[in-house]
Write a new protein. Structure first.
Length: 168
């Protein structure tokens, strides 16, 4: 696998991730305190410690972390977060859509006066779209809502979906 800085390197990764069996990721946004890893940067935690150390020393660290996704295919991602009386859970086979959802859900914990970049502008998402790991633009996303709709759930779903450019 060739990292983003054009210097050819070998990255060693846990063989269990390359077994050919479907790989699922499950992200509890509350458990990672809204800071990740979510989906696209999760696999970098399973590379050999020497390769991980090389990531830390690279100027384009976010690019290298995402590049691991070229070697390992995530079949399904489940992302969830509790919102008091209900839990919002999303499931997708698209790793970029999963990362976008996780970022948008994590933003729900920010104070209203706090400004952040949108999920599409996140460097990890930008690199993943460059590598064509999944959706490239908001109109390639769709949203299906399954479950009881209340005023509270509808408000959260509307905010989260608008952050990623999809209207429910």
């Amino acid at each position: 696998m060739a990292p983003s800085d054009s210097a050819s390197q070998t990255i060693r990764i846990d063989a269990r991730l390359l077994s050919g069996k479907p790989l699922w990721t499950v992200t509890d946004v509350d458990a990672v305190r809204g800071g990740g890893p979510f989906v696209l940067d999760l696999l970098a935690r399973y590379v050999h410690p020497v390769s991980r150390f090389r990531f830390l020393g690279r100027q384009a660290r976010a690019d290298a972390v995402v590049d691991v996704n070229l070697a390992v295919h995530i079949a399904t991602s489940v992302i969830g977060k509790e919102f008091g009386t209900f839990a919002l859970v999303g499931m997708t086979s698209d790793p970029i859509a999963a990362e976008l959802l996780a970022l948008a859900i994590a933003d729900e914990d920010l104070p209203p006066d706090h400004s952040v970049i949108g999920p599409w502008e996140d460097r990890v998402v930008q690199r993943a779209t460059e590598l064509e790991l999944g959706v490239r633009i908001p109109r390639e996303l769709s949203l299906s809502i399954i479950g009881a709709a209340t005023v509270a759930t509808h408000a959260v779903i509307e905010r989260v979906s608008s952050r990623i450019g999809v209207m429910p």
